[in-house]
Design a protein around this ligand. Sequence first.
Ligand code: FEO
Ligand code: CA
Ligand code: CA
Ligand code: CA
Length: 639
Amino acid sequence: MTERTSLAAGAASTATDFESVVAKRLSRRAALMGMTAAAAAGGLGSRLFSGEAKAAAETSLTFTELTRIYDEKDHVAPGYAKQVLVRWGDPIVKGGAAFDPAKQSVAAQELQFGYNNDFLAFLPLPAGSNGSDHGLLCANHEYVNPHIMWPGLTADDAGQKIDKSQAETTMAAHGHSVVEVKKVDGKWQVVADSAYGRRISALTKIKISGPAAGHDWLKTSADATGTQVIGTLDNCSGGVTPWGTVLFCEEGVADWFGGDSKKTPNPAFMERAGYGELEDLNGWARFEDRFNVEKEPNEPNRFDWVVEYDPYDPASQPVKRTALGRFGHEAATTVLNKDGRVVVYMGDDDYFEYVYRFVSRGTVNTADRAANRDLLDDGTLAVGKFHEDGMLEWLPLVFGQGPLTAANGFNNQADVVIQARRAADLLGATPMDRPEDFETNPVTGRVYLVLTKNSKRTAEKVDAVNPRAKNKWGQIVELLPPGEGKDADHAADKYKWDMFLLAGDPNAAETGAKYGTGVSANGWLANPDNIAFDPKGRLWIATDGAPDFGIADGLYAVETEGPARAVPKLMYAVPMGAEMTGPWFTPDGQTLFVSVQHPAEAADSLDKVATRWPDFDDKVPPRPSVVVITREGGGEIGA
Ligand code: FEO
Ligand code: CA
Ligand code: CA
Ligand code: CA
């Protein structure tokens, strides 16, 4: 205790404001973790490497780290096997045709795996079992890169040049896939002509439920009821509910709309929701009025929600759950709280946006799956306010409470959820460094929040939880609800929080990076995005943006407790131009599914791609794909 107190005081007396803020927040953990004062305060990162041998000796993650590599291929740590399981264009629905890049069409794409796979979840078959050899792989498809899907388009002109057939094909390539997968003789494969195989896309009819269903702002010329929408878009990450349905997110779909938002009835409303400047990147507004805000100003209000569907019932209609608020949803991960209610954690991935939590009013019925069908339509949405002293407060976004009244233009709960960002502004929530994934450690009950980066944060706007100006690297924050493990209360109004790590190269003093003692030259990371816990409670971190620092994006494993806390190790690296997304483990921890999203995206056009991963065929474009990682000879991933 004495050491921690003196560390904070010492840092405050000599360091810059930024360093003192960091030191204050890190001091509580420093002694427990064996961190040096310099490491805790940021800067002087080279000293971190001195403990490498000690951390290596004491971690449960005994795998040999991958040596950094960034080239046209993907790479996995020694002793591990990798296998491409399913690629963009592979048939996954009964009757689907093999991929032919010269014959892409909406009809073909609707039966094939979509583009830019992101979130992944493995749901065991049969339903309700805990098996690890057979199941449904549920995958999001965030967006498309037409300029490397077809020849003759460039990154700059694709939106203007794309034709109607191509535009419709890209609509079908967004969304979500259900792929039946099975391990046969130790090798994973897609089950052909599966009855579960399914595509959900920008062309799928989706129901709108919860407080905003039927609201005037959700009505369009195609839907006078405000309860049915065509399509889902920008499906980044997601989660799985305790009753075995999938949640997938719409992460700010403005890029796919066109028209002039200033020529709509309420430009300020559009602006705050992220629709101020519209680029129509896929050219859709040229072909369909619903994507032109001058013609259908309410259409955007029908997007940027969380969608729930049942992968075990291919005929079921997906539903947009408006009680969870409207914003740039990255992920929606759930916890079954000790009192039986379901809690959903959600980040809004944009500069200076917020973190949110939803707590259901009703409790989960663990005996009757169908009884939970509308549980996510009724509950309390709240937004996070991080205090400098390490307290996190959840502020309810409830109509009639605090400033959320008619005086500020809110007349009911629908007005609040549709304008969740504006409501959160009024409550004084903490603007964050681009919130991405959230996950709960299944062993400790602590919650981990990923902030990917924020180059727009100025020195004046630095605070304890977003401690770096011009933050190019991102950070991971640890949230501590009252209680531990299964007794943690995820519905409490107040949590504690702590900084888990500040990403960046610890050898470069200007980063202010912070890890536990002993991170290796291969183990530091930048731009954390999606995370997953393995069954033992070790955290796996996928990155998005690391090529800015000359390294590949990839997947890192890290312990959250013990001597090797916050000391990541590199397991996997993606090919050039790709980001790493979607880590998900089978229940036995022996299979790890990962998403390789947008390989070669940085190319101007298809003839200039840096890689044609994974086919390496000059006639086949690079293909976003799901990769399976297993241990050679079998066994638990990580060690
Ligand atoms: Fe789609 Fe927030 O990354
Ligand atoms: Ca993401
Ligand atoms: Ca996750
Ligand atoms: Ca990202």
